[in-house]
Design a protein around this ligand. Structure first.
Ligand code: UGA
Length: 443
C-alpha cells in the first residue's frame, strides 16, 4: 500500500519505517530540511535501538523515502498519517498548530481519495477539527475529493519503539467510516497475526484512550512513589511492599517501580493536557492533579536524601551521577529527573561528575560548558574521588557494580540509589552507606 507520514519524530519515523519493513511504499515528509537530508543519507536523528539498520535497509530498497515536498507526499499516499508534535501551550493544553497546518496542507493538495489518520496525541475532538480544516481548504480551491479521518493513537515506548510497533498490544482505530476502518485493518494486518489486536471505536473514544492509558500509568507511578514516602517514614521497605502487592494480578508487577519521578516527553505533558481538557469541560480532575503534584515533589527526593545525609550543606562537594536520560535505552532528557537533581545540586554549590551510556551529548547540548559539570567516559571514572554516588537512571550497565572496588574510589562512602537497583546489603558490606527510595529500614 502507499503510505504518507507527516513528521519524522519518534512516532512518525518509527511508524513509517515499520510500515515500510512489511512491504508498503512509505514517503515521510518533514519541514526540517537538514533532518530530511540526513535521513536520506541514513543519519537517524534519535537513538532508538534497532531503528537505524531498519531505516537504511528500507531506504536502500526504495520502500522508504524522505522529503520536504508536502504536495508530492500527499499525492503519494492512500493513507496519510499525521504524526507531528503537539507541544504543551503555556497553560498545559496541547498546541494543535502543527497538526492543523498539516491538515490545511492536505486540503490544499489532495487530488484523490485518501484516509487521513491522526497519530499524534491530541485533545478529544481534534479529529473533527482536522476534518473541518481539510474540508475548508478543499472548498477554498473548489475541489471535491472524498476523504476520511481516523484517530489511531500510538503506544510506543522510547527505547522499545520498534518492537512496540512491530508487536503492538493493541491497535486502536477510531473512525465511524467503514472504509477507513477496512483500509487501516489491511495496513496493520502484518502486525496483527496471532490474535486480533484491533479495537474499533469512535474518534473521540480513541483520542481519550491514549490520554487515559498514559494517565493510568503515570498514576501507578505516583501512587507507588507516595507509598514509598510512607514506607520511608514508617520504617518499611517499599521493595517488599512492591513484591507483596504486585503478585495480585489485579495490580500486577508492571509500572509499580518507585523512583525519582516520571519524566519523558509523554507522561508529564499528557497528564497536564488531560487535566486541562477536563477543566475545559467543567470537571476538576482531582486524581490527575494529585498525580502531577506527587511527581513534582518526587523529582526533589534524591536531593532531599542527599541534603539530609550531609546535614544540609553540600557546597564544595562532588557528586557522581549515573544516568542522565529520563529512562534507559534512550538519549532523551526531556523532563528527566536528573535535570531537577543537577539544578538543585548546582544551586547548593555542589559539583557533578556524570556518566550516561547515551545521553552525554544531549546533556552537553542542554547544559553547555560549565565548571561544575564533568562528563566521564565510564561509571568508574565518575565515582573517582567523589563524595557520593547518585544513581538516577537504571541502565543495565549500572546493574551490578563491584562495591568493594567502588569503596576504594568513592571518597564520601555513600550511595543514593534513585531506582532501588542495588542490594542495600551488598552496598553496606563494602562499607558504604546506602539510601534508596522508600526504604525506611535504611534510614
Ligand atoms: C510512555 C508510555 O509508556 C507509552 O505507552 C506511550 O506510547 C508513550 O509514553 C507516548 O505517549 O508516546 P515513554 O514516555 O517512552 O512511554 O516512557 P515509559 O517507559 O512509559 O516511562 C515513563 C517514565 O516513567 C520514565 O521516567 C520512567 O523512569 C518512569 N517509570 C516507569 C517509573 O518511575 N516507574 C515505573 O514503574 C515505570
Amino acid at each position: 500500500m502507499r503510505v504518507t507520514v507527516f513528521g519524522t519524530g519518534y512516532v512518525g519515523l518509527v511508524t513509517g519505517t515499520c510500515l515500510a519493513e512489511v512491504g508498503n511504499h512509505v514517503v515521510c515528509v518533514d519541514i526540517d530540511q537538514a533532518k530530511v537530508e540526513g535521513l536520506n543519507r541514513g543519519v537517524i536523528p534519535i537513538y532508538e535501538p534497532g531503528l537505524e539498520p531498519m531505516v537504511r535497509a528500507n531506504h536502500g530498497a526504495g520502500r522508504l523515502e524522505f522529503t520536504t515536498d508536502a504536495a508530492a507526499a500527499i499525492a503519494h499516499g492512500d493513507t496519510i498519517f499525521i504524526a507531528v508534535g503537539t507541544p504543551p501551550d503555556e497553560d498545559g493544553s496541547a498546541d494543535l498548530q502543527y497538526v492543523l497546518a498539516v491538515a490545511r496542507s492536505i486540503g490544499e493538495h489532495l487530488s484523490r481519495p485518501a484516509v487521513v489518520v491522526n497519530k499524534s496525541t491530541v485533545p478529544v475532538g481534534t479529529a473533527d477539527k482536522v476534518r473541518a480544516t481539510i474540508s475548508a481548504a478543499l472548498a477554498a480551491r473548489g475541489a471535491d475529493v472524498a476523504f476520511e479521518v481516523a484517530s489511531n493513537p500510538e503506544f510506543l515506548k522510547e527505547g522499545a519503539a520498534v518492537n512496540d510497533c512491530m508487536r503492538p498490544d493493541r491497535i486502536i482505530i477510531g473512525s465511524r467510516s467503514a472504509r477507513a476502518v477496512e483500509q487501516l485493518r489491511r495496513l496493520y494486518a502484518p502486525f496483527n497475526r496471532s490474535h486480533d489486536r484491533v479495537v474499533v471505536m469512535d474518534e473521540r473514544s480513541a483520542e481519550l484512550t491514549k490520554y487515559a492509558a498514559n494517565a493510568m500509568l503515570a498514576t501507578k507511578i505516583s501512587f507507588m512513589n507516595e507509598m514509598a514516602n510512607i514506607a520511608e517514614r514508617v520504617g518499611a521497605d517499599i521493595e517488599m511492599v512492591r513484591h507483596g502487592i504486585g503478585s495480585d494480578p489485579r495490580i500486577g508487577y508492571h509500572f509499580i517501580y518507585p523512583g525519582p519521578g516520571y519524566g519523558g516527553s509523554c507522561f508529564p505533558k499528557d497528564v497536564q493536557a488531560l487535566e486541562r481538557i477536563a477543566r475545559q469541560h467543567d470537571y476538576p480532575a482531582r486524581i490527575l492533579a494529585a498525580v502531577e503534584a506527587v511527581n513534582d515533589a518526587q523529582k526533589g527526593k534524591l536531593f532531599e536524601l542527599i541534603s539530609r545525609h550531609f546535614g544540609g550543606d553540600v557546597s564544595g562537594k562532588t557528586f557522581a551521577v549515573w544516568g542522565l536520560a529520563f529512562k534507559p535505552n534512550t538519549d532523551d532528557m526531556r523532563e528527566a529527573p536528573s535535570r531537577t537533581l543537577l539544578a538543585q545540586l548546582w544551586a547548593a554549590g555542589a559539583r557533578v561528575r556524570a556518566h550516561d551510556p547515551e545521553a552525554m551529548d544531549e546533556a552537553a547540548r542542554i547544559f553547555g560548558e560549565r565548571g561544575d559539570l564533568v562528563f566521564c567516559d565510564s561509571p568508574d571514572a565518575a565515582v573517582e574521588g567523589a563524595d557520593a554516588l547518585v544513581l538516577v537512571t537504571e541502565w543495565k550497565a549500572f546493574n551490578s557494580p563491584d562495591f568493594q572496588a567502588m569503596a576504594r574510589r568513592l571518597a564520601g562512602r555513600v550511595v543514593f540509589d534513585g531506582r532501588n537497583l542495588f542490594s542495600p546489603d551488598a552496598v553496606e558490606e563494602a562499607g558504604l552507606a546506602y539510601y534508596g527510595i522508600g526504604r525506611g529500614r535504611t534510614l
